[in-house]
Write a protein that binds this ligand. Structure first.
Ligand SMILES: [Ca+2]
Length: 136
């Protein structure tokens, strides 16, 4: 069962505060089981079980808050505040997902800002990785 993915964002884009729009990942570096859909920016769990979810959100804001959602419902949060320009939020969690559950990430910025892609250079980018630890 190919359940693992690694997807990323190739370019910067503007996130409108309060829109609840999902992080838009447009590059599939690894998705052998086709569990991620770049059109909807959702990961679909192929099996019921425990999954390791890690991501990295680069933002131009002074404050980055992001929410990992399962079927649209918040499942994990991460929040960073920095006085400098450009912050990173990166939760790593283990979540139990049912087969068919949809996982996504939404920024929750206090004000409009950019989600940063590879264009920032030096190998830094916004990415999402999901791995199946074990199926029930
Ligand atoms: Ca895919």
């Amino acid at each position: 069962m190919n359940a693992g993915i690694l997807v990323s964002r190739s370019t910067d884009y503007t996130y409108t505060a309060g829109s609840n729009a999902k992080v838009s990942y447009d590059v599939e570096k690894y998705d052998p089981g086709d569990n991620f859909d770049t059109t909807t920016s959702e990961y679909t769990a192929p099996l019921t079980g425990y999954y390791l979810v890690a991501n990295h959100l680069l933002a131009s804001n002074h404050e980055a808050h992001q929410i990992v959602r399962v079927n649209g419902v918040p499942a994990a949060h991460d929040h960073v505040w920095d006085q400098g320009a450009g912050v990173v939020a990166e939760p790593t969690v283990i979540l139990r997902l049912n087969a068919g559950d949809k996982l996504s990430v939404t920024p929750d910025f206090a004000s409009d800002g950019n989600v940063l892609g590879e264009s920032w250079g030096r190998g830094m980018e916004t990415w999402l990785s999901v791995a199946l630890l074990y199926a029930e």
